[in-house]
Design a protein around this ligand. Structure first.
Ligand SMILES: NC(=O)c1ccc[n+]([C@@H]2O[C@H](COP(=O)([O-])OP(=O)(O)OC[C@H]3O[C@@H](n4cnc5c(N)ncnc54)[C@H](O)[C@@H]3O)[C@@H](O)[C@H]2O)c1
Length: 256
């Protein structure tokens, strides 16, 4: 699918991997609706990209919020063609840690944002893509890109909630792609390794250096632009479907 002239929704687009995705899509001539719960980011994004973006404060766990965000995307001038789900949280908590037993509420909260939120965006986006008028004779109708994590496969100690939430995103990819195939909609998930986003940049230098040393090659943290470049490739390559792509420099995370 060509990116130019299309409209995409990017959740979590105010920061990190989502923000790099917004930049890449705008750079290729797309109109982007940024849906993020961080309302302060809206004005800054507007100043940077002008009318190439619309910002809407949204919580991916809320049905109402995501319906509003997608209706905004569908109503814009470009052809609404898909979503990139980057909104997520990365809590760390042990099953039996210093402060006792893992909270049930904190487990639910991680699953709610990372898994239920991703599914919420996917299902409303699919509905809007299926119902929209198809013009231009393109082979496909839309593309839905989710963000998991290598923690879905090699979750570390303290990542039970995070790994479970991302494992759910990995697992829903194939059945969603199979079901939406008859509507010419693709579903692909990217599972990043350790990426240089605000979350990671907040860590002390020595912690970042030791994390980077665990990556076989290139032995450094991944750049958000490398994630964004893969997003663009997934959109542009119609034969990628139903797949989870690790983007991780061959890292296999240790237990801790
Ligand atoms: N950075 C990494 O190393 C890494 C590795 C693997 C996977 N990931 C995943 O990539 C995604 C992006 O991570 P990042 O590193 O860019 O994080 P980030 O914290 O820089 O950005 C996440 C964005 O999501 C938004 N957000 C959080 N909860 C939300 C909600 N309920 N509704 C709407 N917006 C919400 C935040 O406001 C923020 O702008 C996440 O799903 C994360 O789990 C990140």
């Amino acid at each position: 699918m060509r990116i130019e002239g299309k409209t995409f929704l990017v959740t979590g687009g105010a920061s990190g991997l989502g923000a790099a995705t917004v930049e890449a899509l705008v750079g290729k001539g797309a109109v982007v609706v940024v849906a993020d719960r961080n309302s302060d980011a809206g004005a800054a994004l507007r100043q940077r990209y002008g009318s190439a973006i619309e910002f809407i404060q949204a919580d991916v766990t809320s049905e109402d919020s995501i319906v509003k965000a997608l209706d905004l995307a569908v109503g814009l001038s470009g052809t609404f063609s898909g979503v990139v789900s980057c909104a997520g949280v990365a809590p760390a908590e042990r099953i039996f840690g210093r402060n006792g037993i893992h909270g049930l509420q904190s487990f639910r909260a991680a699953v709610d944002v990372n898994l239920v939120g991703t599914f919420n965006v996917l299902r409303v986006a699919a509905d809007r893509l299926i119902k929209r008028d198809r013009t231009g004779g393109e082979e496909e109708n839309g593309v839905i890109i989710n963000t998991a994590s290598v923690a879905a496969y090699d979750g570390q100690i303290g990542q039970v909630a995070y790994a479970a939430s991302k494992g759910g995103v990995v697992a829903l990819t194939l059945p969603a792609a199979r079901e939406l195939a008859r509507h010419s909609i693709r579903v692909v998930t990217i599972a990043p390794g350790i990426m240089e986003t605000p979350m990671l940049l907040a860590m002390p230098d020595e912690v970042r250096a030791s994390l980077a040393a665990t990556v076989p090659f290139p032995s450094r943290l991944g750049k958000p632009q490398e994630f964004a470049s893969l997003v663009c490739h997934v959109i542009e390559n119609p034969y990628l479907n139903g797949e989870v792509i690790r983007l991780d420099g061959a890292i296999r995370m240790a237990a801790k």
